[in-house]
Design a protein around this ligand. Structure first.
Ligand SMILES: CC(C)(COP(=O)(O)OP(=O)(O)OC[C@H]1O[C@@H](n2cnc3c(N)ncnc32)[C@H](O)[C@@H]1OP(=O)(O)O)[C@@H](O)C(=O)NCCC(=O)NCCSC(=O)C[C@](C)(O)C(=O)O
Length: 355
């Protein structure tokens, strides 16, 4: 009788066997098609608190009732970064499990603020655009619009546009090269404003005053955040898997051995949430409003420490409730070797002094 587990026999069996594949190739996406991501997800307290604690988003409004009430929520809701990751996660098997990097995200809008713990999500995407990559013959570039919906009520909760590299059906020569950015491009130090101003505190007025101080001279409001978070196996693999993100980049070291990183890379949303957590720890956030122009410039692997850098673009006192004003930030996540790995524009309501 054949011993299928005899190493030589088994190697021959592996050689002959077809692989039941997961995920879709570039050619499988038709513009305009709507894809329902069957698993959906349930937003849990454990998931939200684990995400928050691991990414240093330590805002008690998302776990303590009195802090939640003070911020206008009936009870602690799920953290917005966890919500976003839980909408992205169930879409991965259909959209990006084949591999190919997460390039960017635009137009992130929260249609409801304060989504309750226990909400069950339905997730769907529309294929918006598809095009071959001109720099990487093995890949195409696909943009989807994805919507996270309250499965019980049908109410939209969050939506965004995501763009990924997606492998073509023919085996790819590479899975994308490192950006190799040295920082010596045309936006190099010589073009920076003479002075970088940091706000004195984290209230709305601090950002407004800093912008006024920088106006009419060669200055910008831009500063670093002190905290760093070293990427580890938990953040690389466990956080995405906890949101059903099955992208091989994060948990399959064998598949990543031949890639430019040579090992699993951090999920872009974990890197981004960590840098945003650093930034939020230096401001009095009232509400997250939305994000735009999010780009992932380079990959992060275990051992890289993620830091945050913030530029304040605008502070509008006429927007929002009386206790808060709207601040527009550009946040950059960077690693200990000063590589920018993420950048994006974020709009948030920030409490005024005394609120
Ligand atoms: C991808 C790398 C290698 C390219 O680095 P590069 O500098 O060599 O390339 P580029 O020239 O800037 O861009 C390559 C191509 O992409 C296009 N492109 C670029 N950005 C956009 C965009 N926003 N919208 C539309 N198109 C875009 C760009 O136009 C160009 O097109 P071309 O090939 O035809 O010339 C480099 O940027 C890099 O390493 N980035 C980091 C990627 C990363 O680590 N992402 C997060 C981890 S993967 C992930 O989280 C996975 C997820 C969430 O789980 C999951 O999707 O399933």
């Amino acid at each position: 009788m054949t011993d299928w587990t005899d190493p030589e026999t088994f190697a021959a069996a592996l050689d002959r066997a077809d692989t039941r594949e997961k995920g879709r190739y570039f050619e499988d996406f038709d513009e305009g098609a709507v894809i329902e991501h069957a698993p959906g997800l349930r937003l849990t307290r454990h998931g939200s608190e684990t995400w928050m604690s691991q990414t240093l988003n330590h805002d008690p409004a998302y776990w303590r009732s009195d802090a939640a009430l003070d911020r206008g929520f009936d009870a602690p809701p799920v953290h917005p970064d966890y919500l976003l990751a839980c909408v992205m996660g169930p879409s991965v098997e259909d959209l990006s499990e084949k591999g190919g990097y997460f390039l960017g995200r635009d137009g992130v809008e929260f249609h409801r603020h304060g989504v309750p713990l226990g909400t069950e999500l339905r997730v769907e995407s529309t294929v918006e655009t598809t095009r071959p990559s001109s720099s990487r013959p093995g890949y195409g570039v696909v943009t989807w619009e994805t919507r996270g919906i309250d499965a019980a009520s049908g109410e939209p909760l969050v939506s965004y546009e995501r763009t990924n590299m997606v492998p073509r059906r023919e085996p790819a020569a590479t899975d994308g090269g490192r950006s190799g950015s040295t920082g010596d491009d045309e936006s190099g130090p010589s073009l920076l404003p003479e002075t970088l101003v940091a706000p004195d505190g984290g209230a709305f007025e601090d950002f407004r005053r800093a912008l006024d101080e920088a106006a009419d001279r060669d200055a910008a409001v831009a500063y670093r955040h002190e905290r760093g978070r070293t990427t580890d196996e938990f953040t690389v693999a466990a956080l995405p898997l906890a949101t059903l993100n099955t992208a091989r980049q994060h948990h399959n070291a064998a598949a990543m051995a031949d890639s430019p990183s040579g090992e699993p890379v951090a999920y872009g949303d974990v890197t981004r949430s960590t840098a945003l957590g650093h930034a939020r720890s230096d401001e009095r956030t009232y509400r997250e409003l939305g994000y735009d122009g999010e780009r992932f410039h380079d990959f992060v692997t275990a051992g890289d420490t993620v830091f945050g850098f913030t530029r304040v673009l605008d502070a509008d006192g006429s927007a929002g409730p009386s206790r808060a004003g709207e601040v527009t930030f550009e946040h950059v996540a960077f690693t200990d070797d000063e590589r920018p790995v993420y950048s994006g524009v974020r709009r948030a309501l920030v409490d005024r002094e005394g609120a």
